[in-house]
Design a protein around this ligand. Structure first.
Ligand SMILES: [Cu+2]
Length: 159
């Protein structure tokens, strides 16, 4: 009888012990989980910052094949040749295509080597007005008679 009760007590103690153990383990796991959670949020914050940084870098990264289109005044195929030559001569410009009807100049250029202002200045220098730069009278006068795009009669004649 006494042996049985002893054994029962022992079992109780064992049970109690294992219960305490379980709670400790559970608490430990919970803590760990919370720690993981907070760690994860720190990691995701870091990721967010890094991602944002890369977006900024990409946005401001220079483009060696930048595309642009601008308006350049002119009237004929001789103008086209002159405009495109002046554009291409600008270091960094890869392609230049001027449309005689729309007056649109399509460009592909390395924006590490040049910019639209430089390109337009060079075009204005050979006598053609661009979106932002007007050719000097001297430059304008240097173009052939059939290219005088500021002359209404010449423009009419080309239509
Ligand atoms: Cu012309």
């Amino acid at each position: 009888m006494s042996h049985l009760s002893q054994s029962r007590d022992f079992k109780k103690i064992l049970n109690l012990l294992s219960l305490t153990n379980k709670t400790t383990i559970m608490n430990f796991t919970k803590k760990n989980h919370e720690l993981n959670k907070s760690n994860r949020s720190v990691v995701s914050k870091k990721l967010l910052v890094i991602t944002f940084f890369f977006i900024c870098v990409t946005a401001f990264a220079q483009n060696k094949n930048a595309k642009a289109s601008l308006e350049v005044d002119g009237v004929c195929m001789m103008c086209k040749a002159r405009i495109e030559k002046a554009a291409i001569k600008t270091q960094g410009v890869k392609t230049a295509d001027w449309n005689v009807d729309s007056h649109e100049l399509k460009l592909i250029y390395d924006d590490r080597k040049t910019d639209l202002q430089t390109i337009q200045k060079n075009i204005a220098e050979v006598g053609h007005d661009t979106q932002e730069f007007t050719a000097t009278d001297e430059a304008y006068n240097s173009v052939d008679a059939c290219c005088k795009y500021r002359d209404e009669q010449v423009v009419k004649d080309h239509k």
